[in-house]
Design a protein around this ligand. Structure first.
Ligand code: HEC
Length: 154
């Protein structure tokens, strides 16, 4: 009797946790689209910064605007790797199945990237192109560290 009550309580907790994780998205495809959309924004604005850094005459204001967008967007994708969204999506998700098993590692890679992005935004505000370049390189490494292990190649 005691044991079955305990199991009932555990099952209840699991149902609640599942519902909490899922409540932000109506369907798994919505979660996939959400995280892909955030990554597209991050990727586009990192590319825009890179274009400026490559140019002979970088426009610091363009860099500052994009760095601010990246800082906000960098906080978004990771809440969308919810259980049930391992496959599917249009385009099909490029998340590797391992990602959903290594959530602690993924979270720390995400936090590392978010920290580099905060520093990138600070460097952009400072306006020193050499400092922005250096921090852009560090940020790029933190993207790659996760993609190498957890994103499928196209
Ligand atoms: C902690 C892991 C992680 C980090 C850090 C990370 N990404 Fe991603 N990224 C992913 C995963 C996983 C996908 C595939 C998502 C999907 O398809 O469901 C992805 C997808 C993308 C895509 C493709 C989006 C699309 O659907 O076309 C771009 C572009 C991208 N990331 C850019 C970046 C940039 C730039 C950074 C660094 C500023 C970054 N990512 C940091 C895991 C990460």
């Amino acid at each position: 009797m005691k044991k079955s009550l305990f199991l009932l309580a555990v099952a209840g907790t699991l149902v609640t946790l599942g519902a909490t994780a899922y409540a932000q998205f109506k369907k798994p495809e919505d979660a996939i689209r959400y995280r892909q959309s955030a990554m597209v924004l991050i990727g586009n604005h990192m590319w825009r910064i890179n274009e400026q850094l490559k140019s002979a005459n970088p426009d610091v204001q363009v860099i500052q605007r994009s760095a601010a967008v990246v800082e906000v967007a960098s906080k978004l994708p990771f809440e969308a790797f919810v259980p049930g969204s391992e496959t599917g999506g249009t385009p099909a998700t490029r998340a590797k199945p391992e990602l959903f098993k290594d959530m602690d590692k993924v979270k720390s890679l995400a936090e590392k990237m978010q920290g580099e992005v905060v520093k990138l935004n600070a460097a952009a505000k400072g306006g020193d192109i050499a400092a922005i370049k250096a921090q852009f390189g560090e940020t790029g490494k933190s993207c790659k560290a996760c993609h190498d292990d957890y994103r499928k190649e196209l």
